[in-house]
Unconditional design. Structure first.
Length: 148
């Protein structure tokens, strides 16, 4: 499974918009596009809302995940500059466009076939408490943020 595209803030980003010569999603984020805030939250969600375990034993970080979907989303975030680095029982550390961010994990609601979603309640580096939720609808992951 591979992360190939997404829709954020009403913009649809195809593979050619994300992984070719220029990256339209990151350009919109860095240039202050009206959807820049949504893009930052979306990429943060991909890097934080999961149960992936990083393996740093080799030269490159290998991600171990319960599902290929979850691994694909974390690798997709990495390709877009939001790199999941470390997991402890209480924290997740990411590199968000080369800036280290530490999220305190307050609760994890793992994916179940009944709920059809996975959620993480986290305290952001700014001290805000957010609920990040990935909703699975058949074969399509839809990401949604609810702010507390």
């Amino acid at each position: 499974m591979e992360f190939k595209g997404c829709s954020v803030g009403g913009e649809i980003y195809q593979p050619e918009d994300l992984f070719q010569d220029k990256n339209l999603l990151l350009e919109n984020l860095q240039n202050g596009h009206e959807s820049a805030g949504d893009i930052k939250e979306f990429l943060s969600l991909l890097a934080v809302c999961h149960t992936v375990i990083p393996d740093h034993s080799g030269e490159e970080v290998i991600y171990h995940a319960a599902s290929p979907d979850e691994r694909a989303l974390v690798y997709g975030a990495k390709r877009l500059g939001y790199v999941f680095e470390t997991r402890t029982p209480n924290f997740v550390v990411i590199q968000a466009l080369d800036v280290t961010e530490k999220y305190e994990i307050l609760n994890v609601l793992e994916f179940t076939s009944t709920r059809k979603r996975m959620s993480v309640i986290a305290r952001t580096p700014e001290g805000k408490i957010k609920l990040y939720c990935k909703v699975c609808a058949i074969y399509l992951f839809v990401s949604k943020m609810v702010f507390i």
